[in-house]
Design a protein around this ligand. Structure first.
Ligand code: UDP
Ligand code: MN
Length: 264
């Protein structure tokens, strides 16, 4: 295993920890050869910290408010930037030469170690506005200088969507045009949301999916699951596309078989 590179995720509360645990387990199942790191904030309970440390090599606590005053001010203007600023702390992991960040609501379906051949800043297009990247999966190089510049950028300009994606897109603003190598194929950040489905493309390319991203307000953990049938409970049967249901079932399968036993 390569010890100076890492897959990194973030969970600021016990609910998102459930996502992080499934993600971490999915990386293990796919024999990831890099370190697994989860960033947490003080709100995460002791129980969840203990469980996270059984799946991740490193559980790193970061503080929402320990940055300089200018960040404080930006934070007060835009309280929803809180989580944004927390994600930016991934640049402080300078004991790693390169990292891949994955949102806690992603699920890895194949080995994706080849992402470490890419350089900062690589990401896949956002399905809603493909000239922007989606910030749920990205390749970056930890650097205290970049971290400082990102916080400065947040203080000076805020974020046009109130979240990390707007901030990162305005910081890495040459992404849409500068270097096609920095455009990750969509299969590395496949949105599993009924609002964003191009069904014929899915039929054609869906089997190549490598990372599924459950973006949007409905997360896998907000569904109910029936362990007897191995499937999630649908509020309105027949409305969700079949592929989406199978990704949800896969998430729950890992949760049920590999995460819940960690609580015993
Ligand atoms: N996140 C978190 N706690 C929160 C909200 C978000 O830890 O209360 C982290 C988590 O890693 C999550 C990421 O920030 O995956 C981005 O948020 P989310 O995935 O909900 O946004 P979406 O992908 O739906 O736009
Ligand atoms: Mn997400």
């Amino acid at each position: 295993p390569v010890s100076d590179q890492a897959f990194v995720t973030l969970a600021t509360n016990d609910t998102y920890c459930q996502g992080a645990l499934v993600l971490g387990q999915s990386l293990r199942n796919q024999r990831a050869t890099r370190q697994l790191v989860v960033l947490i904030t003080p709100q995460v309970s002791r129980l969840l910290r203990a469980i996270l440390s059984r799946v991740f090599d490193e559980v790193v606590e970061v503080n929402l408010m320990d940055s300089a005053d200018h960040v404080h001010l930006a934070f007060l203007k835009r309280p929803e930037l809180g989580v944004t600023l927390t994600k930016l702390h991934c640049w402080t992991l300078t004991r790693y030469s390169k990292c891949v960040f994955l949102d806690a609501d992603t699920l890895v379906l194949c080995n994706i170690d080849e992402l470490f051949d890419r350089s900062e800043f690589s990401a896949a297009p956002d399905p809603g506005w493909p000239d922007c990247f989606n910030s749920g999966v990205f390749v970056f190089r930890p650097s205290l200088r970049t971290h400082r510049l990102l916080l400065q950028h947040a203080a000076d300009h805020g974020s046009y969507d109130g979240a990390d994606q707007g901030l990162l897109n305005s910081f890495f603003s040459s992404w849409p045009t500068a270097d096609i190598q920095k455009h990750l194929p969509f299969v590395y950040n496949l949105s599993s949301s009924p609002a964003y489905t191009y069904s014929p493309a899915f039929r054609q390319f869906g089997s190549r999916a490598k990372v599924v991203h459950f973006l949007g307000p409905q997360k896998p953990w907000s569904y109910k699951y029936n362990p007897q049938t191995g499937s999630v409970w649908e509020e309105d049967p027949g409305t969700a596309p079949q592929h989406q249901l199978s990704f949800l079932n896969l998430w729950w399968n890992i949760y049920h078989h590999s995460v819940l036993p960690l609580y015993e």
